[in-house]
Design a binder for this molecule. Structure first.
Ligand code: HEC
Ligand SMILES: [Cu+2]
Length: 417
């Protein structure tokens, strides 16, 4: 009976080891921590490898001794009762010293890694302030005067120092392939730094909130673009100023009558100014990073409408939006309760990674954000839509927008490259 139990234990430990190896061997998984792309990630990965090695040595030695003793000293025919001992100082000393010695081997690299990853960032690091909100990320680059949301661009080869704070409850910042995770706490400032590999090609990485923070915690994602220094400089130059707007972007918010994937209609832009670097969208190899949230049932939008960006600017500037959002270059819109929308048209997603940023999804988002992402502060704004928080239907008197007005706002926001 006992032997059987041991065998099963050995078998299950063996399975775990095989599983760990299999995980380590896989390069395809977008959210794996086993293929780090920063110094921080490498430090953690080194520690993991080292501890796994030490643990494996201990495991093999202990289990071999155990198996040997089980068989060597098993009960045989005609055995006498063996001598009984109670307490043995020598053995006591040994089995205290050996684990102490093992712990020392584990403690040294662990403590060194802790000190290394908790140390202050190097001087000259790029500072990024990360402010957690239910349920989105505000990112500020104080050095450049940039405020954005849910997406960060960082140059490869330069250390980035993230300053982590929260606007409401505790959140946690984690971009698995780059490094992390560390909490955003309300009455305390945390820091975490990392240096993306300088040899990397431009890439995008998933980021998550990893501390339960309320209803839509699972939809509090972000995205990190690691780009070449010159691409970063171009992006910074663009983000610093207001969006290049003046072009007549004319998207047609799409059908999407409850469809899982509304048709995508590409905005027509007549802008002539160079908009600056944006990470190329719709790369098939980055499909994993694309949101796959289905459109909630019952959401519809009038087919075939054409939005006008200039009209949209007017509608937006006299609607509730300006009480919560800021758009540089639009003096009516300077609030900061919701994400900064200055360059919203060049962002990849809507609602902290919930939906792709296409006119079709954007129209539905503006129409009824509280259905698209449960619990958000952003009110339901579509006329005759049911607000699931207030439990009433939105009327014109309350500022409800009809589909044409929403189409115009979509054209405006999509033009903010
Ligand atoms: C009461 C405040 C409030 C009002 C009013 C409001 N919003 Fe929002 N908005 C928010 C918040 C908060 C979010 C973030 C929601 C989330 O992702 O969790 C948001 C998100 C958005 C986003 C997605 C941004 C991103 O980067 O993901 C867009 C676009 C947007 N709002 C447009 C509008 C428009 C257009 C209007 C007016 C028709 C409007 N909002 C009115 C608070 C507001
Ligand atoms: Cu969270």
């Amino acid at each position: 009976m006992k032997g059987n139990f041991r065998l099963r234990r050995i078998a299950s430990f063996g399975m775990l080891a095989v599983l760990a190896l299999a995980l380590a061997a896989c390069e395809q998984h977008p959210n794996t921590t086993f293929s780090p792309h920063s110094d921080y990630g490498l430090a953690i990965d080194f520690l993991w490898d080292r501890l796994l090695l030490l643990a494996t040595i201990v495991f093999v030695l202990v289990e071999s001794a155990l198996i040997y003793i089980v068989f060597r000293y098993r009960k045989r025919e005609g055995d006498q009762r063996p001598p009984q001992t109670h307490g043995n100082v020598v053995i006591e000393i040994f089995w205290t010293l050996i684990p102490a010695f093992i712990l020392l081997f584990i403690a040294v690299p662990t403590v060194r890694t802790i000190f290394k990853t908790q140390a202050k960032a190097v001087a000259g690091a790029l500072q990024i302030e990360v402010i957690g909100h239910q349920w989105w990320w505000e990112f500020r680059y104080p050095e450049y005067g940039i405020i954005t949301a849910n997406e960060i661009y960082i140059p490869t080869g330069r250390t980035v120092n993230f300053k982590l704070t929260s606007n409401d409850v505790i959140h946690s910042f984690w971009a698995p392939q780059l490094g992390g995770k560390r909490d955003l706490i309300t009455n305390r400032t945390n820091y975490i730094w990392l240096t993306p590999d300088s040899t990397m090609q431009p890439a995008e990485w998933n980021g998550f909130c990893t501390e339960y923070c309320g209803t839509s915690h699972g939809k509090m994602r972000f995205r990190v673009f690691t780009v070449k220094p010159d691409q970063f400089a171009s992006w910074v130059a663009k983000e610093r100023g207001p969006a290049v707007f003046g072009a007549t972007a004319i998207p047609t918010p799409a059908p999407a009558a409850g469809a899982a994937t509304p048709a995508m209609i590409v905005p027509v832009s007549e802008g002539s100014a160079e908009p600056g670097y944006t990470f190329p969208a719709n790369q098939p190899e980055f499909d994993y990073a694309k949101p796959h949230t289905p459109v909630p049932a019952g959401m519809t939008f009038t087919r075939g409408l054409t939005g006008n960006a200039h009209r949209g600017q007017q509608v937006y500037s006299s609607a509730a939006c300006i009480g919560c959002h800021a758009i540089a270059g639009n003096p009516a819109s300077m609030a900061n309760i919701g994400p900064n929308l200055t360059h919203f048209g060049s962002r990849a997603t809507i609602g902290a990674g919930s939906f792709p940023n296409t006119p079709a999804y954007l129209a539905l988002w503006i129409k009824n954000a509280r259905v698209m992402k449960p619990g958000v502060i952003m009110p339901t704004l579509g006329m005759n839509e049911f607000d699931p928080v207030l439990k009433t239907q939105v009327t014109k008197a309350q500022g409800g927008l009809d589909d044409q007005q929403i189409a115009d706002i979509v054209a405006y926001l999509s033009a903010l490259k």
